[in-house]
Design a protein around this ligand. Structure first.
Ligand SMILES: [Zn+2]
Length: 73
């Protein structure tokens, strides 16, 4: 729904990194018309300084549904 502000496991702030992650993956999606590969996703995480698996799973497993749910307000 909405990205949690902090990682559930370690407490690192991840909400601001999610925006940067989404921008970088959207660039690949639009420029090359495909989903980013796992190597590209790993490189983006390293650029953003997200090292722990607990923080990575917060971003990778997030589904952004808020814009679709708002229509049924
Ligand atoms: Zn974490």
């Amino acid at each position: 729904m909405i990205i949690p502000v902090r990682c559930f496991s370690c407490g690192r702030v991840i909400a601001s990194d999610y925006v940067a992650f989404k921008n970088k993956t959207d660039i690949i999606r639009k420029a090359e018309n495909r989903e980013p590969t796992s190597e590209e996703i790993q490189r983006i995480f390293e650029e953003l300084g997200i090292k722990r698996y607990c923080c990575r799973r917060m971003i990778v497993s997030h589904v952004d549904l808020i814009d679709e749910v708002l229509e049924f307000e």
